[in-house]
Design a protein around this ligand. Structure first.
Ligand SMILES: Cc1cc2nc3c(=O)[nH]c(=O)nc-3n(C[C@H](O)[C@H](O)[C@H](O)COP(=O)(O)O)c2cc1C
Length: 357
């Protein structure tokens, strides 16, 4: 009995810490400058305008087939949150807008709900978005010492996911005040999860990019694709910097943050190293023009995170409005280079490198 009480208290304490961390992440991402100082690299490329276009804006087809679903546009709302009441609302608003536009969406790390199933509802969005391409989300590192590969099935079942994102966040963990440093054979774990999971697995970074060497290590593990989450957008080293009260740790975070691969560089590396895998370009995608350039440089679709956070706190309509702006910009970019559909955008001759920086 004494032991039982102790265990319950310990569990509640752990849950409160995890929830507190999630609240802090949202607050910091909404209020602090958490984006990388270096840029994505998209500014190195420019479309060559075709003044005589043979196509109408209205006939441009943005749809793609990916992971067994047809999306109306090549966009995924990147995984961000879940686990608290506020994040449950954010997930629902993101999901309603994703359903309206028929695009993809990921929920944030579900580890907290695997430990505390009573908060699973904050990740569940199928009631408002029955059709969307939905991604579950767990950290690769969790499988070294805290989760069993079988737990990946729980995450998928919990939300009715079509695919599972497994994220890498090695640098973030080093800067976290909790210093959750673990060491182990990630490749073997990833292979096991791919074998067990009933849906395709995508490995993603969280804002520091995936290198050619990492893509080569991952490409034969059984994964379906890579989400590069390169540098130029949200930096989790900076997010953790703001959670850290020690000046020394804050300075270390600022220094270390420079170790990263800009989104464009990571996309080019991964496209070359693993041409047969699905490639999601994310990290600092901020306009429809960025989306167009990412696809012309080899991505199958893009992921966007931070810009949706504030609108999702307000309403699904606010998220939808931002999505509509991105899709209009994408359409106009395609019109300007006479690309009628995403395949033609992928094969365009009209993207030129204009800077060697
Ligand atoms: C508030 C917030 C929470 C996030 N939480 C997660 C997470 O739980 N799991 C994950 O894989 N990525 C997470 N990310 C990272 C994003 O999915 C994405 O990879 C990264 O933010 C880069 O995209 P962006 O520059 O468009 O924000 C989070 C991002 C934000 C802004």
């Amino acid at each position: 009995m004494v032991n039982g009480t102790f265990n319950i208290e310990k569990k509640l304490f752990k849950m409160n810490n995890d929830i507190k961390r999630k609240e802090e992440h949202i607050k910091i991402c909404l209020n602090k400058p958490v984006e990388h100082f270096i840029s994505t690299g998209f500014e190195r490329y420019r479309f060559i305008y075709q003044a005589i276009s043979s196509i109408d804006l209205g006939e441009i087809d943005l749809s793609i087939d990916i992971l067994g679903k047809k999306l109306s546009a090549p966009v995924i709302i990147s995984p961000m949150t879940g686990g608290t009441e506020k994040s449950g609302t954010i997930n629902k608003n993101l999901a309603k807008a994703a359903q309206k536009q028929n695009i993809g969406m990921g929920v944030g790390s579900q580890k907290v709900a695997i430990d505390n199933p009573e908060i699973s509802f904050t990740f569940q969005i199928r009631d408002v978005a029955p059709k969307i391409l939905l991604f579950g989300n767990l950290g690769c590192m969790h499988f070294i010492n805290r989760l069993n590969p079988e737990d990946s099935k729980k995450a998928i079942r919990m939300i009715g996911a079509d695919s599972l994102f497994l994220y890498l966040n090695g640098l973030q963990r080093l800067i976290q005040p909790e210093q959750n440093i673990v060491k182990g054979d990630l490749i073997t774990k990833i292979k096991e999860i791919c074998r067990l999971a009933s849906v395709p697995v995508i490995i993603k970074e969280t804002g520091h990019g995936i290198s050619k060497e990492v893509a080569l290590k991952l490409k034969d593990t059984g994964i379906a694709g890579l989400d590069i989450a390169g540098a130029g957008g949200t930096s989790w080293v900076l997010v953790e910097k703001y959670r850290n009260s020690s000046i020394k740790s804050q300075e270390v975070a600022e220094t270390i943050n420079e170790i990263c691969i800009p989104t464009v560089d990571s996309l080019l590396m991964v496209t070359k190293a693993a041409p047969n895998l699905i490639k999601i370009a994310s990290g600092g995608i901020r306009t429809g023009l960025d989306i167009a350039k990412a696809i012309a440089l080899g991505a199958d679709c893009v992921g966007i995170g931070l810009p949706f956070l504030k609108p999702a706190l307000h309403s699904w309509e606010a998220v939808n409005e931002l999505l509509e702006k991105y899709l209009l910009e994408l359409r106009i970019a395609m019109f300007a280079i006479e690309a009628k559909n995403i395949q033609e955008l992928k094969n365009t001759r009209y993207l030129k490198r204009v800077s060697n920086k």
